[in-house]
Design a protein around this ligand. Structure first.
Ligand code: ADP
Ligand code: MG
Length: 831
């Protein structure tokens, strides 16, 4: 069985594609039902007794439109479901997506079972939408699903198509205009690794809108002019309309005409098999010119470039700072889109990759570096019981890569040998010891596979769990995937408490690279008596941590109640909460209560929004209270403009408060979701209106940190440190005046890093840190090792060997519990 996942899937709004990574190259599978096509239309049709997916399903739009479903990706992560008349059931977006994934498996003609895949998602997908996508994968039978952001996939496809020498470090944009969605991302490439720095998007803008526009602005007016209709548009568009079936056909004809216009300057739409209100047979051909079409989509395309400009402004970039705009998505085939995007942005466009398959290709490259991690049924037997742990970098720009190996078990009298698959390298037979390290020479610009074999004294192979080693030389990879939104934890989250004032604490910041893990200690805000129904709520939210909790979305809630604790937990007792988030954004929370020495683990991965009504009502109440204090605050500082905005919002919130009383838990409609949505939007507006105040606070923090860092630089910094410090401070004017807090936060981080780096070179600090580390020796998880390090540390201090002391400090830190390591390694915070 292959060790790597290898399969990459673009689960698109309109079209989906599957590709596989095979020894350094990517194969895109063909659609078996549509010659010349590599994509599957993301359409599902439910016939009475069977499910039809893709190419054939699309043809039923006209004949049986009510049982055909497309563009459901837009509804991922909502509780909205699609009513299927033919089978009298409802299908969720997750179930429909699973049908697409199952159908894609059929593209893989080799008959191999696909148990794991990398599936792509828009950069803007939140935790819930991501979870919904994973769930669709599991429903389709995958045992492991890794999510990859679409712009990264497109960039990987681009970078791996080019040789290293063609790519220089810098930044570019990915402009993805598909059938149903538009996404733009800012990508940075440095030393062969790429990162998404920022993104924008609209889930309701794409090629399907252009098809609709052709029908609306050209076909309908033409038919109205030449035939007798009283309310044609309505009869076409409403589900119960007289001409509703014809509508789907017209949209399809419009799409064909649109696609033809990418190659020709005019095209036609032939309307037949339809009668007007007077029963007159229609059989006409409507001409449509490219310029006519361009004029009706202009506003939409300008909308996309506006979003790109937003990114440029937000990141203080000029067009010349960007290498190019990488064009992906089927709608970028349109010459008008290419021309307009280049013209408006003044950045050269790049059409080097196939816009419809690039995402799947990039996903497959990624899948080639990702290991399967589920229990495989037919795992080879590890007769010898020797456990092999190998560590190496899977992608590299070096010509040699170090392989470190650890062997547990009875290895006495055994040997090892490493060979490259092309036989270009052979380590020779060497005596096996518990830890080995080898430099593996690599063939340039290709995938290098090595095999590590364990041999006995008679040169017989000894079975172990060692697997094939794959290293890509000169291939591009991503520096992990960034988190698209902040993840925070809500403090004091008991919805039953009156006047609770909640506050968000940042767990993981937007754009940090996943996976992440963090432990925080909080004091309980009330007592939990053993055997009672009293609860502790641990609520994890997604959205700006600087915002009000109500502006964000709950992505998980762990509840511990009195029935689970083994003794009374008193108010103010400490609890330790550890939150982990995987690359594919699985959340896991572990709560440790020292008082009862109990640990609770909860995996909460909601794939639909869950909304307890009591919590909603509570939140609008809190919002209303907050608004009162923000308004008086604004009036006090004579900021009447803000006060006015907040007063309008206050009225809206008060209406929500009244309406919230009529919400019930058994309501089957979308009412509470709409309610939640309004609440979130208002909270975001409050957030915007009060941003100035928050920026002011960050400025204070920046100035404090600047002072702190300056002192360190002045005392112990070298020329380079002075230069970096000068650079940060030199940008001050720009970020202190920017409209978002992000840049200030980044500068604060840079200062913290700079100061920390210098301190770690400073004898006095190193000595202090050492003393601090040895202060709580019971924390170290290997007492013996800690003891010898401490002895060596004392000696190093005596001999003033500070390089050694630094190493010892790092050694001691690595013996600390993971949760304490991060704090212990910074220069600033205590631990
Ligand atoms: P998605 O990412 O939404 O799944 P795609 O990237 O596959 O979608 O793009 C599909 C859209 O591209 C459809 O609206 C289709 O009409 C449009 N499209 C495909 N080829 C062309 C073309 N040659 N000219 C204009 N539009 C095209
Ligand atoms: Mg797409």
């Amino acid at each position: 069985m292959e060790k790597m996942i290898n399969f990459g899937i673009d689960l698109g709004t309109t079209n989906s594609t599957i590709a596989k990574f095979v020894k350094g190259e990517v194969e895109v599978f063909k659609n078996p039902l549509q010659t010349g096509s590599e994509t599957l239309p993301s359409v599902v049709y439910y016939k009475k007794d069977k499910v039809v997916v893709g190419t054939n399903a699309r043809t039923y739009f006209e004949r049986d439109g009510k049982n055909v479903f497309g563009t459901f990706k837009r509804k991922m992560g909502t509780t909205e479901s699609f009513k299927v008349k033919s089978i009298n059931q409802s299908k969720t977006p997750i179930e429909l997506s699973a049908e697409i994934l199952k159908e894609l498996k059929g593209f893989v003609h080799s008959g191999e079972i696909i148990e794991a895949a990398v599936i792509t998602i828009p950069a803007s997908f939140d935790v819930i939408q991501s979870n919904a996508t994973k769930e669709a994968g599991y429903l389709a039978g995958f045992k492991q699903v890794i999510l990859l952001q679409e712009p990264i996939a497109a960039s990987l496809a681009y970078a791996n198509k080019h040789k290293e020498k063609d790519l220089v470090d810098g930044q570019w944009l990915v402009y993805d205009l598909g059938g149903g969605t538009f996404d733009v991302a800012l990508i940075k490439i440095k030393d062969g690794e790429m990162k998404v720095l920022d993104h924008e998007g609209d889930n309701f803008l794409g090629g399907a809108d252009f098809d609709n526009l052709i029908v609306e602005k050209i076909v309908i007016p033409y038919l109205n002019k030449n035939y007798q209709f009283t309310d044609l548009e309505n009869e076409l568009k409403s589900a119960s309309g007289k001409y509703n079936n014809v509508y789907y056909r017209l949209v399809k004809l419009a799409e064909d005409a649109k696609i033809a216009l990418s190659n020709r300057t005019s095209s036609e739409i032939e309307v037949r098999d339809m009668k007007d209100d007077n029963d007159e047979e229609i059989d006409i051909s409507i001409d449509i010119t490219r310029s006519e079409f361009e004029s009706i989509i202009k506003d939409y395309i300008d909308n996309t470039t506006d979003m790109v400009k937003k990114i440029l402004v937000r990141n203080s970039l000029k067009p010349s700072d960007l290498q190019f705009t990488l064009m992906v998505g089927g709608s970028t085939y349109m010459p008008y889109v290419r021309k307009r995007v280049e013209e408006i942005l003044q950045i050269p466009i790049n059409c080097d990759i196939d816009p419809t398959t690039a995402i799947a290709i990039g996903a497959a490259y990624y899948a080639g570096t990702k290991e399967k991690n589920f229990e495989q049924d037919n795992k080879e037997k590890n007769v010898s019981g020797i456990k092999v742990r190998l560590a190496y970098q899977k992608t590299t720009k070096e010509e040699e890569e170090i392989l470190a190996g650890r062997f547990d078990g009875n290895i006495e009298g055994l040997f090892y040998q490493i060979t490259r698959e092309d036989m270009g390298y052979d380590s020779g037979r060497k005596t096996l010891i518990n830890r080995i390290s080898e430099d593996l020479p690599l063939v340039k610009d290709s995938y290098n596979f090595f095999r590590l074999t364990i041999l006995d004294g008679q040169n017989n192979v000894v079975e172990t769990d060692s697997e094939l080693i794959g290293i890509a030389q000169g291939k591009y990879n991503v520096a992990g995937q960034p988190l698209p939104h902040d993840i925070c934890i809500e403090r004091d989250t008991d919805p039953e408490m009156e006047n609770n004032s909640t506050k968000l604490e940042l767990l993981f910041q937007k754009n940090t690279i996943l996976p992440q893990k963090k432990t925080i200690t909080v004091a309980l805000n009330k007592s939990i008596l053993k055997g009672t129904t009293e609860k502790i709520f641990i609520n994890v939210l997604e959205g700006p941590y600087t915002a009000l909790p109500e502006a964000n979305q709950s992505v998980g809630c762990l509840v511990i109640d009195g029935s689970k604790v083994s003794r009374d937990i008193v108010r103010n007792a400490d609890i330790e909460i550890t939150i982990e988030m995987s690359e594919s954004r699985d959340l896991k929370a572990t709560v440790y209560i020292p008082m009862s020495d109990q640990q609770f683990t909860g995996v909460f991965n909601p794939s639909k929004r869950q909304l307890p009504i009591a919590k909603l009502q509570d939140e609008v109440g809190t919002l209303s209270g907050k608004l009162d204090s923000e308004i008086s605050d604004a009036v006090e500082r004579e900021d009447y403009e803000t006060a006015d905005i907040l007063t309008v919002l206050k009225k809206q919130v008060d209406t929500l408060v009244i309406n919230s009383n009529s919400l019930t838990d058994d309501d089957v409609t979308d009412k509470k979701f709409q309610f939640e949505d309004s609440k979130r939007k208002i909270a975001q507006e409050i957030d915007n209106a009060t941003k100035g105040k928050r920026i002011a606070l960050l400025k204070i923090k920046y100035n404090e940190d600047k002072e702190w860092c300056k002192e360190i630089v002045d005392e112990n910094g070298n020329d380079h440190d002075h230069k970096i410090f000068g650079e940060i401070v030199g940008r001050e004017l720009a970020f202190l005046n920017s409209v978002t807090p992000i840049k200030i936060m980044e500068a604060i981080e840079e200062l913290t890093d700079l100061g920390g780096n210098i301190l770690w070179r400073t004898p006095l600090f190193l000595e202090g840190r050492f003393n601090r580390l040895v202060d709580k020796p019971q924390l170290f998880n290997d007492q013996e090792q800690a003891k010898s390090l401490i002895e060596a540390g004392n000696l190093a201090i005596k001999n003033k060997n500070f390089d050694r002391l630094r190493e010892i400090n790092w050694g001691l830190i690595s013996l600390l519990p993971k949760s304490a390591q991060q704090d212990a390694s910074t220069g600033k915070i205590g631990f």
